[in-house]
Design a protein around this ligand. Sequence first.
Ligand code: ADP
Length: 596
Amino acid sequence: MRNPGRMREVERWLAFVRLAGVPFALFQVAIGSNYPRGYEGWAWFITGCFAAGSLVLLWLSQRDWPLRSQTVLGGGALAFDFAIVSAYILLYNFEQGTPVRQIMFLPLVEAALRYAIPGALGLAAVSAPVMAGYELLRERRVTPHHYHVDYVTLQIGVELLMALIVGWLVQRLRSQTVVAETRAGEAERLRDQLGRRADVLEAANRCARALSSSLELDQAFDAFIREVRGLVSFDRMAIVLSEEGSAQVMAVSGAGAEEVLPPGSARPIRGTLLEELLRSGRAVYRRDMGAAEYPEEEEFLELGLRSRFATPLLLGARPIGMLSLVRREPEAFSPEEMELVELLGRLVASAVQNIRAYEAERKTVEELRRLSALRADFVSLVSHELRTPMAAVIGSARTLQQRWRELTADQRESFLELIAAETGRLATLISDVLDTSRIDAGTFTFRFSDVDLAELVRDSVASAEVGSDEVGLRAEVRDPLPVVRGDPERLRQVLMNLIENAIKYSPAGDQVDVHAYAEAARVRVDVRDRGPGIAREDQRLIFEKFGRVTSGNTRPGTGLGLFIARSIAEAHGGTLEVSSAPEHGAVFTLDLPGQV
Ligand code: ADP
């Protein structure tokens, strides 16, 4: 029995039982009769020793002893009990027909209680000389009595059997106690573990709430980091997202937050720990960054940071970034902490997804709103664009009809020219609207052939020059240009649109340059003007259906020309782009693949 608490308990109980035995012994000695001479004195003497010993042992058992002294006390108490019992047995040899020998069972049971089977067997063995002595004394003192070996063996045999039974019971009780204690310990451990998990879940819940506290990623991350601070300790923490090959730092807290990879900064992913995470989709524990393996670690080392745990932000199985915690001590993360950080990584990932989904939704709504506004503008625009030339045509026709005779030949000529020009504008407008609806329906057709773009450019410039008196036009074609496979009419439409726009937006007296050249088996045409240019934020809009810049000096138009032109360019495997700085004019570049 190695448990000092339990040993103390046994000792105290036995001390009480022993003490209870004292009045019993006094009583037995007192009512005893037929003592031979001198025996009674000895009986009282033994009882006195018994009483004194019991009190001493009771006193000793009340104190807290270290294990070693406790063991000695237990052994001493057993030896005392054995000695007292042996003394009584040997003294009372004169009694006839009393089972005095059987009181040896008491220390036997005590030995079993203390030392199980070996102790009980040991006591039975030690009691053998006492029993032999008892039998010898009886032979001497009691007449007629002969030495009965069988009395001795009977007693010892019974003691041995009893030792085996009681000792076994004690042993079994002990093993059961051990099992029960282990179970209780395990249950306690599990309960603690469960409690800790509940705490962690509660904290994780708080982190999740922090993440959903804002629809702005930066704010959500800041609130999240504040919560994490109370959950896992760190010297630096960062949330990094992977965006088109670069590591975008979204939030940072702790050491070097403003100097090393601050929030909003970006670096190429190549070679970084993030690249490793994105590839494997698994967390990486850098126990000691002493031998820096990733470029960013050198900076961390300079900040005095040594260990780093980074977990991927997983959307399902797809990593979209990482959550990284760094500490000053090497090997500073426990498995539980790492498990927790991985859980937090998942929370961050789903928050990113939610916020991005919301962002996309918001953009779609804005886009739809913008498109519907464009459409409304278009209706009023088209009706205006139709009405103005129509009014001019009707007015001119009426004048010609009513005042034909009064008008001079030149006047008639100019009215007819006006009618021709305005009906021409109407025709262009209608054909733009029709082209747009065909593009939308996917029925816009092309007739492809080999096109000499140099000739087409020269032609377009020449025909644009006809109607443009105030703005100069210059064409520079760097021959030879590769032949382009395309629809010459559609390509002419594109060039005309670009040139007419350039003229339309050029101040009087300015010049528009059209430059055609070959570049790596492609043909490029730049149309450059020196007009008001197009602000960066409008450069996407102008290529959209009905997209027009409404601020500044607007000119008549429907906003369909560039939409159609870009659609045509793309149908030829080419592109149509603009580059412009406001007040510095605009350059529209048509890029088409050449024939090889
Ligand atoms: P439209 O000229 O009929 O309005 P386009 O699609 O050809 O339609 O042009 C769209 C818009 O792009 C124009 O309304 C104008 O705001 C802008 N734009 C086009 N070309 C130029 C240019 N050369 N300089 C400045 N703005 C231009």
